[in-house]
Design a protein around this ligand. Structure first.
Ligand code: MN
Length: 310
């Protein structure tokens, strides 16, 4: 598969690197990590994400400013990153060949070539393997992107996807001059006041059920306005709910224009990707999500609680 993917990349000239809507560090880091490599190979490269605005905490990633929210007209290959299903790319179906680079166990294998390895802690680790198998030396800008993605998807080396291999990969990236302290500071210590206000509101509205083993909260569009917050300010807010000592399952409902986005997190008893799959979403064992076209939050919560036994 890796060889087949590399052959297709080598034969293509106009390449789009695209990641999932509401991108996280893995989505942006893994897609940006291939940009300098493909440019060095003489390709025309476009980095696309259909979300606006992007979270600014990722602005230190090399080539972040190159990300556009529009598909270029000329293209002969699309490479998608960290995206479990085609609809999460936010683009129309086309006949353009697609390489799907991912690590979600719920991935629907929607690519013509699928480099999907659920054993990897991040999509960027799949990119790292692709580069290593083709003897591409690790440049500092590439290492920074891959490390950022790996650090965020492992909760800065604290989640249960952390293994010896993760640290081996991290060591290689640091050897290639990725800067762990700087990356951590850029990602974790640049919150806006609006985000902190949103987090305070979320805690204020927190509901606990099942002997406080399940915690859920709701952020409405009004809440965002009240706090002066924008959508990326709610990234990782669901982790605050999971951090409560009794909570096994954390649920956060975030209102969108015509729907609700539901984020699910678990400690060790619930596989939240199973729940997300029931509602047409996907993800990992400890982190998953889905979108639902209703504004009836009571019904959403009831439906989720009916699927869980803890
Ligand atoms: Mn990921």
């Amino acid at each position: 598969m890796y060889q087949e993917a590399w052959n297709l990349i080598s034969q293509s000239n106009n390449i789009i690197l695209i990641s999932h809507l509401n991108p996280d560090g893995d989505a942006l880091g893994s897609s940006l990590s291939l940009y300098p490599v493909l440019k060095d190979m003489g390709k025309n490269v476009h980095v696309v994400n259909m979300t606006l605005p992007l979270a600014l905490r990722y602005d230190f990633l090399p080539n972040f400013a190159k990300i556009k929210s529009k598909m270029p007209s000329k293209c002969d290959l699309i490479i998608s990153f960290d995206c479990g299903s085609f609809d999460r790319l936010g683009i129309d179906k086309s006949d353009i060949p697609l390489i799907n680079i991912d690590h979600h166990k719920t991935n629907t294998n929607y690519g013509d070539i699928n480099l999907v390895d659920p054993g990897k802690a991040s999509a960027s680790s799949v990119v790292l393997s692709l580069l290593e198998k083709n003897d591409i030396p690790l440049r500092r800008d590439v290492a920074t992107c891959i490390y950022t993605a790996l650090a965020e998807d492992t909760g800065f080396f604290s989640f249960d996807n952390v293994s010896e291999k993760v640290f081996e990969d991290a060591a290689k990236l640091i050897k290639a001059k990725a800067n762990p302290a700087l990356i951590a500071q850029k990602l974790k210590e640049r919150n806006s006041l609006a985000k902190l206000r949103l987090e305070a509101l979320l805690i204020d509205k927190l509901e606990l059920v099942n002997d406080a083993k399940i915690g859920y909260s709701i952020l409405t569009l009004d809440d965002f306005t009240k706090c002066g917050a924008i959508r990326p300010d709610s990234d990782r807010c669901v982790d605050i709910i999971r951090s409560l000592v009794t909570v096994e399952l954390a649920i956060l409902l975030i209102e969108e224009n015509h729907s609700y986005k539901i984020s699910l997190r678990s400690k060790d008893k619930v596989d939240v990707s199973d729940i997300a799959l029931v509602f047409g979403g996907g993800g990992h064992k400890r982190a998953a999500g889905f979108t639902i076209q209703t504004k009836d939050t009571e019904k959403i919560i009831d439906n989720i609680l009916n699927k869980v036994q803890i």
